[in-house]
Design a protein around this ligand. Structure first.
Ligand code: ADP
Length: 482
């Protein structure tokens, strides 16, 4: 078994204790670069799930009544602990998820920031006070914690997806059961162990790892004591969870799939555009719901931009995320590679040209060649489906109206990118895009201080910013005659 860079518990964390799963089963966690074994973690049963919720319910009142400053201090201490172990956590993430080490380091900084940001927000939970417009009465609106939450996270950002939910939930005064992705549970286990060392009271955070997400989530979704589910993952699973949430009218936050268009207008600065495009497409080896999925390029700049992108893609280095200079690590599994190949072949069958890559890489691990496709027709599957890998398809457009229509022609509405030197155009196009987030002349826009989230089938609710904590609060309004 590979030696891990830091101590990672491999049991379930329930009611302040690390314990094996009740059925005694274990799941292998492997390195996607070579399938070597990293750890054997507990495989929770439905019974364990209920025990985790029991613990969250038992701790609920005390945590809700804890002084905001105390909650803030816990998050701040966890932020410090994460940053103190930044190198070790980054390596752990690269081992379990595959991304290049430099990107894992960037994720530690980004992910830790949710702990710091919400440690600051925790102490600023406000409320509202006013006089009834008709007079003669005081109106007071106070937020309070919504109650025990189920947090379900994906594998692509093992640290940030956990802290983006744990930070606001704990800041608001909620207790939680967190279920990290089966493929990448180690980072969450390591961070919760840091929280424990920072003084986390028993039952406030409970961790379930399981070979079957639905086996543990379904009984909890049906339990009236659960008050909220926050999920990040595919739209497909989001729909299932929304159905499961309906009978109990459960509060939901859903960060689902994306199909981000990357629009480039003739007046764009080429250097800026290439930098932004490479980041928006190849960060995290293309495995991000915010990743640029479709490049829509105006005819006048298309030839030159395509040539520049070809040079940039040719410079990418495929390899183990831990190796020096590697910019494209493995994809998380063979299915993700197969989807990249399938969508590339579909585009080619409809007339697209392969300028770089186009194929899976042989050998151990799950690698895809960085791929550049030109002349991709808008009816290619890659323009409608999330590719989740290092494939960059270029489609040419003529007019702004055409570009906007193509950009909005999707069930998703998470992110869009646009490159132009004309800020009036940027404003006009931004207003016409049906998305929750827009990067203008930039390829990465996530930030703990901003509300992350989408419209249409990309989800419900926002994470981060001053808005993020509200997802974990209910409001109580009181009226007092004077
Ligand atoms: P991704 O594309 O990120 O793999 P998924 O939606 O498959 O997205 O998975 C995201 C998270 O949701 C993971 O933690 C996974 O284990 C969990 N998950 C998958 N299927 C279900 C389900 N039916 N019910 C609850 N959680 C699920």
């Amino acid at each position: 078994m590979t030696q891990l860079p830091l101590d990672v518990p491999t049991d379930l964390f329930i009611g302040g204790e690390w314990r094996a799963a009740s059925g005694g089963d274990r799941i292998d966690v492997t390195d996607p670069a070579d399938d070597s074994l990293l750890a054997r973690i507990a495989d929770a049963t439905a019974e364990d799930a209920t025990a985790a919720l029991d613990a969250a319910v038992a701790a609920k009142q005390e945590w809700a009544e804890t002084a905001p400053r105390t909650r803030s201090d816990l998050l701040r201490a966890t932020f410090e602990a994460v940053m103190d172990s930044a190198d070790e956590l980054a390596l752990l993430m690269t081992l379990e998820m595959g991304k290049p080490l430099a990107e894992s380091k960037a994720e530690v900084t980004y992910g830790a920031e949710f702990l710091r940001w919400f440690s600051e927000e925790a102490a600023r939970v406000g409320g509202r006070h006013g006089v009834r417009p008709e007079g003669g009465a005081d109106m007071v609106v106070r937020p309070y914690p919504v109650g025990p939450c189920l947090l379900i996270t994906p594998w692509n950002f093992p640290l940030a997806m956990a802290t983006r939910k744990l930070g606001p939930a704990l800041a608001a005064g909620c207790t939680v059961v967190i279920k990290p992705a089966t493929l990448t549970p180690l980072t969450t286990l390591a961070v919760v162990a840091m929280m424990e060392r920072a003084g986390l009271p028993a039952g406030v955070v409970n961790v379930l790892t399981s070979s079957s997400a639905s086996k543990v989530s379904k009984p909890l979704m049906a339990d009236p004591r659960l008050r909220k589910v926050s999920f990040t993952g595919s739209t497909e699973v989001g729909r299932i969870l929304l159905e499961q949430a309906a009978p109990k009218v459960l509060r939901t936050s859903m960060e689902l799939g994306g199909n981000a268009p990357f629009l480039v207008f003739d007046d764009a600065d080429l250097d800026t555009t290439v930098t932004a495009a490479m980041q928006a497409k190849f960060r995290n080896v293309g495995q991000a719901c915010t990743a640029a999925n479709r490049f829509l390029v105006q005819r006048g700049i298309a030839e030159e931009l395509t040539a520049r992108l070809k040079d940039a893609v040719d410079e990418l280095v495929v390899g183990r995320g831990t190796d020096e200079g590697v910019t494209i690590g493995p994809l998380v599994d063979d299915d993700t590679v197969a989807k990249c190949v399938e969508l590339t072949e579909d585009a080619v069958s409809r007339g697209a040209k392969v300028l770089c890559g186009g194929e899976a890489v042989d050998g151990p691990g799950h690698f895809m060649q960085p791929t550049l496709l030109s002349d991709v027709p808008p009816d290619a599957r890659i323009c409608a489906e999330e590719v989740f890998g290092p494939v960059l398809p270029i489609t040419v457009f003529d007019t702004e109206e055409e570009a906007i229509a193509m950009a909005n022609d999707t069930e998703f509405g998470l992110t869009s990118y646009l490159c132009t030197s004309d800020m009036v155009r940027a404003r006009r196009v931004t207003d016409a895009l049906e998305v929750g987030m827009v990067g203008i002349n930039i390829g990465v826009l996530s930030n703990a201080a901003a509300p992350f989230g989408g419209v249409k089938q990309s989800g419900l609710g926002r994470e981060g910013g001053v808005e993020g904590i509200a997802e974990y609060q209910a409001l109580r309004y009181t009226l007092t005659p004077l």
